[in-house]
Design a protein around this ligand. Sequence first.
Ligand SMILES: *Cc1c(COP(=O)(O)O)cnc(C)c1O
Length: 365
Amino acid sequence: MTNFQIEINHSEHKKEKPESSELVFGRVFTDHMFIMDYTAGDGWHSARIVPYQPIALDPASMIFHYGQSVFEGLKAYWTKDEKVLLFRPDRNFHRLNQSNDRLCIPHIDEEHALQALKELINIDREWVPKAEGTSLYIRPFVIATEPFLGVAPAKRYQFIIILSPVGSYYKEGIQPVKIAVEQQFVRAVQGGTGTAKTGGNYASSLKAQEVSSQNGYSQVLWLDGKEKKYIEEVGSMNVFFKIDGEVITPALNGSILNGVTRSSIIELLQHWNVTVTERRISMDEIKEAYKAGKLEEAFGTGTAAVISPIGEFFWQDEQMIINEGNTGELSKKLYDTLTGIQKGEIEDPFKWVQEVELRHAVSFR
Ligand SMILES: *Cc1c(COP(=O)(O)O)cnc(C)c1O
């Protein structure tokens, strides 16, 4: 690894930490944050950990106008033997660079990013919540900071990592959700930005989400942008179906986001010798399987929920109730296994988890 120095400026007062039982998603942030600047010609520089604080930006900063931004989401877990574990963080930093690529943002050294994250977690280690189901959510992101109103890749950026202790996604145990198949709006098209984790994708998804929640659905199922026939994702999760014993997930086609949870589920199923196929799958095929009584399970996958079982689809004025609205056996087994590996409670044959080693020698500025 090349020499990578992080300047550390400790916070003088520690914030009060919320009770584990009061934790929600993404509202509370830890005492420190990591920040690093990019300037064309100089590259990435001035890596530092500072007290968590607002950032001052020029109103002409390009992020505000043309949306040049990317982000990641991953979690750290507190284990029973008092370790802090990260789940496949290398994957997230690799994907961050793929997103950077699509948005014309300069690459970040993935090893440096991981080192910075570990350093930051170490400093805010007491913020990793301990109660069952809780975790420390990690949000790395990059924004274009150059003050300029021209439409062009910016010449200045900031890479920031913030941390947020989050509560259990399932307060009352793992619960199936109701999904409306979106027929009007689309999330992404081939050639667009669907494979990148960039803010604009989420801004453009809000309308469909708003309409579906007014109708009593918790998420939408996104179809392909061209024919509105083939299944892409569900909300901001990848999606899986179990049909007649076979597990099927849409193949990465250039508009679907390549989820870390998605690929972990595929590897886990292969490890268990369960047939898992990545291919194009249409809503018509789902309906046919449903009518034939062969649609056994459906679930979404993503870092936040890990597995989100689907109890109902609404499509073309018809309801399809899956597994009588209950969590399927395979969905539950996948959830238990993956969360067990993440928390270090189940053996990890894949070497997916990495420990954030406790380090005491933290230098003050
Ligand atoms: C982040 C995200 C996912 C899930 O990815 P994970 O790496 O599993 O968290 C799926 N779809 C979209 C659109 C996403 O933004």
